[in-house]
Design a protein around this ligand. Sequence first.
Ligand code: URA
Length: 210
Amino acid sequence: MTDHLNHVTHPLVQHKLTLMRRKETSTAVFRQLLREISMLLAYEVTRGLPLTTERIETPVCGMDAPVLDGKKLALVSILRAGNGLLDGILELIPSARVGFVGLYRDEETLKPVEYYFKVPTELQDRLVIAVDPMLATGNSSVAAIDKLKQAGAKNIRFLCLLAAPEGIARMKEAHPDVPIVTAAVDEKLNDHGYIVPGLGDAGDRMFGTK
Ligand code: URA
């Protein structure tokens, strides 16, 4: 994956995203759609993974058949909303290793503060896919990727549902080597840091906390 921004325009992704954006969509339906769209996005974010071949026997003859090469990839959820993307991706890549990064914003300094960090071993040898549905200001995503790099990650991709131009620019400046895969690039952020038109608070919508 070489482009910094990969906008997934597949019609199924776009249709499901519209259903998720609608304010009438219930928590149960939102969750189901999130699961489905995560699988479709997982397909895109894993594009170009290295393959090798393995000798197998089909009922007809032997062949050198393609299989994924290298260490199991690592999915890293940026808490809490990132967890909503995990289920669907794990359905498609059941052997992936999983990590978590928890950050909150200090109300005085406005800087992200880490409260949880647990990631798979040998991060330097894995493709690391960091997931967070909303790339808004980019502050927490940039901080999470800083931490992943400090832990040794060298090959990182970032997967989200919606991205604001501000967040994309911030990521490009801080981590130009980390491609972003997103289902949509929205118009802007509002004064509260919400993506416009967006879908509201992704965590609240998937966990039913509002
Ligand atoms: N986080 C959300 O959940 N929604 C936004 O619009 C921005 C950040």
